[in-house]
Design a protein. Sequence first.
Length: 159
Amino acid sequence: MPTHQFTYTELTSDKELDSPYFDLLSEAKRITENAYAPYSNFKVGCAVLLQNGIVVPGVNVENASYPVGICAERSALSAALSAYPSEKIRAIAITYQSPKGDNNTPAFPCGMCRQFILECEYKNMQPIPLILGASTGIVYLIETAQHLLPFGFGPNDLK
Protein backbone atom coordinates (compact mmCIF):
# COMPACT_ATOMS: atom_id res chain seq x y z
CA MET A 1 0.00 0.00 0.00
CA PRO A 2 1.46 3.42 -0.92
CA THR A 3 2.17 5.85 1.87
CA HIS A 4 3.05 9.51 2.05
CA GLN A 5 5.68 10.66 4.52
CA PHE A 6 7.53 13.88 5.14
CA THR A 7 10.09 15.16 7.58
CA TYR A 8 9.87 18.29 9.68
CA THR A 9 11.93 19.88 12.40
CA GLU A 10 10.71 19.95 15.99
CA LEU A 11 12.35 22.49 18.29
CA THR A 12 11.87 22.54 22.05
CA SER A 13 11.17 26.30 22.02
CA ASP A 14 11.18 29.38 19.81
CA LYS A 15 14.59 30.29 21.27
CA GLU A 16 16.10 27.69 18.93
CA LEU A 17 14.85 29.50 15.82
CA ASP A 18 17.19 31.53 13.64
CA SER A 19 16.65 35.28 13.82
CA PRO A 20 14.26 35.87 10.91
CA TYR A 21 12.02 32.97 11.96
CA PHE A 22 12.16 33.89 15.65
CA ASP A 23 11.13 37.46 14.78
CA LEU A 24 8.35 36.23 12.51
CA LEU A 25 6.89 33.91 15.15
CA SER A 26 7.20 36.70 17.74
CA GLU A 27 5.16 38.96 15.46
CA ALA A 28 2.53 36.26 15.01
CA LYS A 29 2.33 35.91 18.80
CA ARG A 30 2.03 39.69 19.24
CA ILE A 31 -0.71 40.08 16.64
CA THR A 32 -2.72 37.21 18.15
CA GLU A 33 -3.95 39.70 20.75
CA ASN A 34 -5.89 41.46 17.95
CA ALA A 35 -7.90 38.40 16.97
CA TYR A 36 -11.67 38.74 17.18
CA ALA A 37 -12.79 35.42 18.62
CA PRO A 38 -15.74 36.10 20.97
CA TYR A 39 -17.37 32.71 20.30
CA SER A 40 -14.50 30.22 20.46
CA ASN A 41 -11.95 32.33 22.36
CA PHE A 42 -9.39 30.55 20.16
CA LYS A 43 -7.22 33.44 18.95
CA VAL A 44 -4.92 32.81 16.00
CA GLY A 45 -2.17 35.04 14.67
CA CYS A 46 -0.31 34.71 11.41
CA ALA A 47 2.69 36.65 10.11
CA VAL A 48 3.79 36.46 6.48
CA LEU A 49 7.38 37.37 5.65
CA LEU A 50 7.80 38.74 2.14
CA GLN A 51 10.96 38.67 0.03
CA ASN A 52 11.35 42.45 0.49
CA GLY A 53 11.48 41.99 4.29
CA ILE A 54 7.99 43.33 5.01
CA VAL A 55 5.92 41.31 7.49
CA VAL A 56 2.17 41.22 6.87
CA PRO A 57 0.05 40.22 9.90
CA GLY A 58 -3.36 38.59 10.03
CA VAL A 59 -5.74 37.31 12.70
CA ASN A 60 -8.84 35.17 12.78
CA VAL A 61 -12.11 37.09 12.74
CA GLU A 62 -15.20 35.22 13.91
CA ASN A 63 -18.80 36.00 13.09
CA ALA A 64 -22.08 34.97 14.71
CA SER A 65 -22.85 33.40 11.34
CA TYR A 66 -19.90 31.00 11.64
CA PRO A 67 -19.08 30.41 7.94
CA VAL A 68 -18.65 34.16 7.42
CA GLY A 69 -15.50 34.36 9.57
CA ILE A 70 -11.95 34.15 8.25
CA CYS A 71 -8.89 32.34 9.55
CA ALA A 72 -5.69 34.21 10.39
CA GLU A 73 -3.75 32.48 7.61
CA ARG A 74 -6.14 33.57 4.86
CA SER A 75 -6.46 37.01 6.45
CA ALA A 76 -2.68 37.58 6.35
CA LEU A 77 -2.14 36.01 2.94
CA SER A 78 -5.01 37.96 1.38
CA ALA A 79 -3.54 41.20 2.73
CA ALA A 80 -0.08 40.28 1.45
CA LEU A 81 -1.35 39.34 -2.01
CA SER A 82 -3.46 42.51 -2.19
CA ALA A 83 -0.75 44.95 -1.11
CA TYR A 84 2.30 43.21 -2.61
CA PRO A 85 1.12 41.09 -5.56
CA SER A 86 4.57 40.64 -7.11
CA GLU A 87 6.47 39.85 -3.89
CA LYS A 88 7.38 36.26 -3.13
CA ILE A 89 6.55 34.86 0.29
CA ARG A 90 9.64 33.78 2.25
CA ALA A 91 7.90 32.18 5.25
CA ILE A 92 4.67 32.01 7.26
CA ALA A 93 4.44 31.82 11.06
CA ILE A 94 1.23 30.71 12.77
CA THR A 95 0.41 30.67 16.47
CA TYR A 96 -2.58 30.77 18.81
CA GLN A 97 -3.86 31.46 22.31
CA SER A 98 -6.67 29.54 23.90
CA PRO A 99 -8.16 29.68 27.39
CA LYS A 100 -8.74 25.92 27.04
CA GLY A 101 -5.80 23.58 26.80
CA ASP A 102 -2.11 23.89 27.45
CA ASN A 103 -1.09 26.39 24.72
CA ASN A 104 2.29 24.70 24.30
CA THR A 105 1.65 22.49 21.26
CA PRO A 106 1.35 24.02 17.78
CA ALA A 107 -2.01 23.93 16.00
CA PHE A 108 -2.07 23.13 12.30
CA PRO A 109 -3.98 25.17 9.69
CA CYS A 110 -7.47 23.98 8.79
CA GLY A 111 -8.06 22.30 5.43
CA MET A 112 -9.27 25.46 3.74
CA CYS A 113 -6.15 27.33 4.86
CA ARG A 114 -3.90 24.47 3.76
CA GLN A 115 -5.39 24.74 0.27
CA PHE A 116 -5.01 28.54 0.31
CA ILE A 117 -1.38 28.35 1.45
CA LEU A 118 -0.68 25.72 -1.20
CA GLU A 119 -2.13 28.01 -3.88
CA CYS A 120 0.19 30.78 -2.66
CA GLU A 121 3.07 28.34 -2.98
CA TYR A 122 2.06 27.62 -6.60
CA LYS A 123 1.98 31.39 -7.25
CA ASN A 124 5.33 31.74 -5.47
CA MET A 125 6.86 29.03 -7.69
CA GLN A 126 8.96 27.93 -4.72
CA PRO A 127 8.34 26.30 -1.34
CA ILE A 128 6.99 28.39 1.53
CA PRO A 129 8.38 27.31 4.91
CA LEU A 130 5.87 27.23 7.77
CA ILE A 131 6.72 27.96 11.39
CA LEU A 132 4.06 26.61 13.74
CA GLY A 133 4.18 27.51 17.41
CA ALA A 134 2.00 28.10 20.43
CA SER A 135 2.28 30.54 23.32
CA THR A 136 5.13 28.42 24.69
CA GLY A 137 6.62 25.02 24.04
CA ILE A 138 7.61 23.17 20.92
CA VAL A 139 7.84 24.70 17.45
CA TYR A 140 7.46 22.86 14.16
CA LEU A 141 9.33 23.90 11.02
CA ILE A 142 7.77 22.50 7.87
CA GLU A 143 9.71 23.18 4.68
CA THR A 144 6.80 23.33 2.23
CA ALA A 145 3.02 23.71 2.29
CA GLN A 146 2.77 20.61 0.10
CA HIS A 147 3.66 18.54 3.15
CA LEU A 148 0.42 19.65 4.82
CA LEU A 149 -1.72 18.92 1.78
CA PRO A 150 0.09 16.28 -0.29
CA PHE A 151 -2.81 15.65 -2.65
CA GLY A 152 -3.94 19.27 -2.90
CA PHE A 153 -5.94 20.63 -5.81
CA GLY A 154 -3.78 22.83 -8.02
CA PRO A 155 -3.41 24.44 -11.43
CA ASN A 156 -2.58 21.15 -13.15
CA ASP A 157 -5.91 19.73 -12.03
CA LEU A 158 -7.70 22.34 -14.14
CA LYS A 159 -6.09 21.19 -17.41
